[in-house]
Design a protein around this ligand. Sequence first.
Ligand code: GSH
Length: 207
Amino acid sequence: MPTITLSYFDFDGGRGEDSRLALYIAGVDFVDDRVKPPTWPARKGSTPFGGLPVLEIEGKGKLGQSNAVLTYIGRAYDLHPKDLWEAARHEAIMAAVEELRIATGATTSIKDEDAKKRAREELASGLMQAWGASVEAQLGDGPFVGGAELNVVDLKLFVSVRFFLRGGADYIGGDVFAAFPKLTGLVDAVAKHPKVVAYYAARRAAS
Ligand SMILES: N[C@@H](CCC(=O)N[C@@H](CS)C(=O)NCC(=O)O)C(=O)O
């Protein structure tokens, strides 16, 4: 079997956690390469696009860009729809998550605290409500995007939305997505998925 390595920073969020979860759920034996910030500058240039996550498969090479990595894992291990239209619908939601990350991430570098507060409050009442409504409209009877089956898109939504529900961004309340019960229900359903529960229990035991 070729060695499979997933490189990402060592915290349970961000753009790489969903891929780690997907590999764990699929039962893949992979090298969980948790990059320590001080070592990052020296490694940055060796990544395909200067960022993490990176999936490296022995004999193939390095794959960058979180959505490509996650979709590849989903396709390889049956955690992404085979139907082309349904797959594209999931990929559209994954792209929307990246748009949300970029919009909210842009406020992180605002130095002036009052300006940051204003920008984040504006996001919470504006763009994030529009984003939540768009995603909510994509969700059917649930609990997951594709119905009863968990797919990689659910893991991406879980990791990204959980960050805000936990109050991860100052000035954005943990109730920011309260108007979207299907979306928050999906996050809850992923958190309660037996393999996700097992993953975090194993992480806690290892730390
Ligand atoms: N579009 C890329 C963005 C990658 C990205 O910016 N990753 C962040 C971590 S979430 C990173 O590597 N930051 C460090 C850096 O850019 O030097 C993706 O989706 O993978």
